[in-house]
Design a binder for this molecule. Structure first.
Ligand SMILES: Cc1ncc(COP(=O)(O)O)c(C=O)c1O
Length: 360
């Protein structure tokens, strides 16, 4: 289906005020945004408008009951300057999985795609051409009913805005295995990218930082025995030459980078074991000198190497960076796919193509 997206262009582009060599993360927003409203049981009023503020009713349900979900993805430029998206249909599917769990309406996948492509095409000059830089894309949905009382809203807004981000080269991170708070439990909302999951993670993250660790390693909520994720990333271990990652069990976010890493490694003949990973196994592997690598995976960093892990009163130091093969190789491969310097055999890298141009 072809959706009619009404476009109002800004007459005051802010692009020339942005220094692409020095972009503060998360604070610079591109010229336009896409908005659709859900009322009377359907999505309507598709529009791209100049980036700007919303007016909120004080009783807007999202402000009270937190029906809000989001995605995080990136557009980048290949070395020959073409705008590309990475596995965008996976994000369309995931936002709808999140919507289902939070009792919100699905966004038709073709509407998501047309809105995304048209918006990115219009603001494609905002994609930094510098290697490793990208245009961060934030699709999200929230409830709009002006009503006090716990029930699903009847009205929603779906938006996409974007902002340029510089290269993300995190220094190796230190983790602390959480022993009190949980991010998610089976049957909860951990598999959804629901705003409330992130609110609940702030206090344990703050406490971890006060203790001197960069991020929380989330454990299962029943026994605090099995590892789930780290911060806002999935986690991989290399144990005695084998790559292992926790199996998604209903409490772990199904990361698109995680899925890409598993598929790329498998294609190279490196088997990835998806299974429950107990912290005791990691401690034993470390004691035996077999904990070779630990890295987080996510859209922002692609791969973030782990320097050390604290668990109860022990601290496990990981081997030096020069000895780590798998994490570095896979980051290089995903960066190369995005830059168009490595052949994309999976059809993951999708050229940006507006549907609005065709209508005009
Ligand atoms: C809790 C959580 N886990 C994992 C990830 C990594 O997911 P992806 O690789 O799709 O960015 C994210 C980021 O979206 C996240 O918020």
């Amino acid at each position: 289906m072809n959706y009619n997206i009404n476009v109002t262009k800004t007459d005051a582009s802010r692009l020339s005020s942005v220094d692409f060599d020095n972009i503060p993360f998360g604070r610079v927003f591109s010229d336009h945004m896409f908005i659709a409203d859900y009322k009377d049981g359907e999505w309507q009023d598709f529009r791209i408008v100049p980036f700007g503020k919303f007016e909120m009713h004080p009783a807007a349900m999202v402000l009270h009951y937190g029906q809000a979900i989001f995605e995080g993805m990136k557009a980048s430029k290949t070395v020959d300057g073409k705008a590309m998206l990475f596995r965008p249909e996976m994000h369309a599917k995931r936002i709808n999985n999140s919507a289902e769990r939070m009792c919100m309406p699905a966004v038709p996948e073709d509407l998501f795609m047309q809105a995304l492509h048209s918006l990115i095409d219009l603001d494609s000059d905002w994609i930094p051409p510098q290697a490793g830089s990208a245009l961060y894309i934030r699709p999200y949905m929230f409830s709009m009913d002006e009503f006090i009382g716990v029930k699903p809203s009847q009205t929603y807004r779906f938006c996409i805005f974007t902002g340029p981000v510089g290269p993300y080269y995190p220094k190796p991170v230190s983790l602390i295995a959480e022993q009190k708070y949980v991010r998610a439990v089976k049957g909860g909302t951990g598999e959804a990218k629901a705003a409330g999951n992130y609110a609940g993670s702030l206090l344990p993250a703050k406490i971890a930082q006060e203790k001197g660790y960069d991020q929380v390693m989330w454990m299962d909520g029943k026994e605090f025995k099995y590892i789930q994720e780290v911060g806002t990333m999935n986690i991989f271990f290399v144990l005695d030459g084998k790559v292992v990652t926790p199996s998604t069990d209903g409490a772990i976010l199904k990361g698109i980078t995680r899925d890409s890493i598993i598929k790329l490694l498998t294609a190279k003949g490196i088997q990835v074991e998806e299974r429950p990973v107990a912290i005791d196994e990691i401690v034993e592997a470390h004691q035996a000198g077999k904990l070779e690598e630990v890295f987080g995976s996510g859209t922002a960093a692609v791969v973030a190497h782990v320097e050390k892990i604290a668990y109860k009163d022990t601290e496990m130091m990981l081997p030096p960076m020069e000895e780590r093969k798998i994490g570095a190789m896979i980051k290089e491969e995903i960066d190369g796919l995005r830059a168009g310097t490595i052949e994309d055999k999976n059809g993951w890298v999708v050229p940006v193509k507006s549907t609005i141009m065709e209508n005009a």
